[in-house]
Design a protein around this ligand. Structure first.
Ligand code: MG
Length: 123
């Protein structure tokens, strides 16, 4: 069972902590996104270890920094992720994807096709 009920709750807890230990200059969206790339480098550095716990821990660092960046942009992570998932499900409709694959598309080719259709669909 999770110790948190939502990403918003995690954002709030982390936000309070970050504001108490960091100066405002490192809490800007730009600084946080730069930090996220540093954390992503740590993920890449951990990959050769084949230590899944270590790799997953580094990925969590990326998520934590991303949640802070989202918050500093003024957004609630729960709402944004819900919106994104909705778009992903419509953009990469599983029924259409399976039809494409049944008609000879590879997994990646089907995804690429769906992405192209989505990008060419008027609002
Ligand atoms: Mg890290």
């Amino acid at each position: 069972m999770s110790k948190f009920e939502s990403l918003s709750e995690i954002q709030a807890v982390l936000g309070n902590w970050q504001e108490s230990v960091y100066t405002p200059d490192v809490l800007t969206p730009e600084a946080r996104i730069t930090r996220m790339f540093e954390e992503m480098d740590e993920v890449m550095d951990a990959l050769p270890s084949c230590d899944n716990h270590k790799i997953a821990g580094e990925l969590v660092d990326v998520v934590i920094v991303a949640l802070g960046a989202i918050q500093s942009l003024g957004y609630n992570a729960d709402n944004l992720i819900y919106e994104k998932i909705e778009v992903i499900f419509r953009k990469y409709n599983p029924v259409i994807n399976q039809e494409l694959r049944a008609n000879g598309h590879s997994s990646q080719s089907a995804i690429d096709h769906q992405k192209q259709v989505w990008n060419n669909t008027p609002c």
